[in-house]
Design a protein around this ligand. Structure first.
Ligand code: KDG
Ligand code: MG
Length: 402
């Protein structure tokens, strides 16, 4: 029997920080898993290195479900982003190994294609409305069929959601940057630029908007109602989802579709949102919600309630996560959309991925496994650099949701 012989944890910052797990079997087969938790990377690296790697050695790499149960139930302590990201990395690496052993891309092991490609959305942003419109144009010219739109709120000073370089990257400072937030100014301004996007470009593509947990339920209800004419594909994270009941109130006031879940890590965190049909899209991901095994469980539950998928795919999800996401997305019947922000060139020097983009869609690699390789030597050129997400403060100085 083949056994797990080695498991290595790599922390490197090729453009941004990624934590990567590589498992090697006694037959010399390797599998990769993403273990990146933005701004808390070393906590997951330690969880893996100090607590999980010793448990993996000598185990059967083919028993993926059993390994998931062993790591989840065996810890006694349940859920939470650090634990779930570490379990995700192991699970994803084992699916990669299973695909390589079978000589099949992972999507074939998951039941094969349900669709020809995976529709993606990217992030258009601007410091004002004209620059946002230029950016939307840029994405439409690149062939995107779906675009998220965000613009800086005038006179507030913060630039939440606004891209500075070639790729949107909010984790930018060695200690958390503090940015001002004014809910009333946002509520007055954001609907006007969503209308401006529709006025300029029409309705021939999907338009998305991320509220990033910044509203109360009744504010979110008002916002959703106000933007109905812009026909959003979704309004994302209108209010923090720790309070799942809040979405019932939002639902009572608006038909704008709701998407939630990028910070949620298990099926139990989205259970009521799904079974009570309080959302339309579930944004849980391979990397933070327990790997391919657990994500499929969430998506299957969602399918029963006509909730579609819309996985998170920001720059802090490594090319390993993106590849795994595309293998899942191409197979599940209730796929909705996949976020795709791309990565800077340095990231591509370390991760070689077979995922391709054409006509607004991503396509999985046909190589066995996930189709991603990690260049350890190249990674050495990019030592770990700590980076934090900003913190939002209201105008009275108190901390706001981010
Ligand atoms: O780590 C946080 C980022 O992934 C987040 O700011 C991006 O909200 C985000 C999104 O929808 O991509
Ligand atoms: Mg988001």
């Amino acid at each position: 029997m083949s056994t797990i012989e080695r498991a290595e944890v790599f922390v490197a910052s090729p453009g941004r920080t990624f934590v990567t797990l590589r498992i090697t079997t006694s037959d010399g087969v390797t599998g990769l898993g993403d273990a990146t938790l933005n701004g808390r990377e070393l906590a997951v690296a330690s969880y893996l290195q100090d607590h999980l790697v010793p448990l993996l050695i000598g185990k059967d790499p083919a028993r993926i479900e059993d390994m998931w149960q062993y790591l989840y139930k065996g810890a006694y302590w349940r859920r939470g982003p650090v634990t779930m990201t570490a379990i995700s990395a192991v699970d994803t690496a084992l699916w990669d190994i299973k695909g390589k052993v079978a000589g099949l891309p992972v999507y074939q092991l998951l039941g094969g294609r349900s669709r020809d490609g995976v529709m993606v959305y990217s992030h258009a942003s601007g410091t004002d409305v004209p620059s946002l419109l230029d950016d939307v144009q840029r994405y439409l010219d690149l062939g995107y069929k779906a675009v998220r739109a965000q613009a800086a709120v005038p006179d507030v000073g913060g630039t939440y959601g606004v891209r500075k370089g070639t790729v949107y990257e909010p984790a930018a400072s060695t200690l958390p940057d503090e940015q001002p937030w004014d809910t009333e100014a946002y509520l007055r301004f954001a609907p006007t630029y969503l209308d401006a996007v529709r006025e300029r470009f029409g309705f021939g593509f999907h338009l998305l908007h991320d509220v990033h947990h910044r509203l109360t339920p009744i504010e979110a209800a008002r916002f959703g109602k106000r933007v109905e004419d812009a026909q959003l594909f979704w309004m994302e994270d209108p209010t923090p989802a720790e309070n799942q009941e809040a979405f019932r109130l939002i639902r009572q006031h608006t038909t704008t579709p709701l998407a939630v879940g990028e910070v949620l890590t298990s099926i139990w965190d989205v259970q009521h949102l799904i079974t009570e049909q309080l959302i339309d899209y579930v944004r849980t991901t391979v990397v933070h919600a327990g790997g391919i095994t657990h994500l499929r469980r969430i998506f299957d539950l969602a399918a029963l309630y006509q909730v579609r998928t819309g996985s998170h795919g920001a720059t802090d999800l490594s090319p390993v996560s993106l590849a795994a996401a595309v293998h899942v997305d191409i197979t599940v019947p209730n796929f909705g959309i996949q976020e795709y922000m791309g990565h800077v060139d340095e990231t591509g020097e370390v991760f070689r991925s077979g995922v391709t983009f054409a006509d607004g869609m991503l396509h999985p690699s046909e190589e066995p496994g996930l189709g991603v390789e990690y260049d350890e030597k190249a990674a050495e050129r990019f030592p770990y650099e700590p980076r934090y997400l900003p913190v939002a403060r209201r105008l009275d100085g108190s901390v706001h949701d981010w």
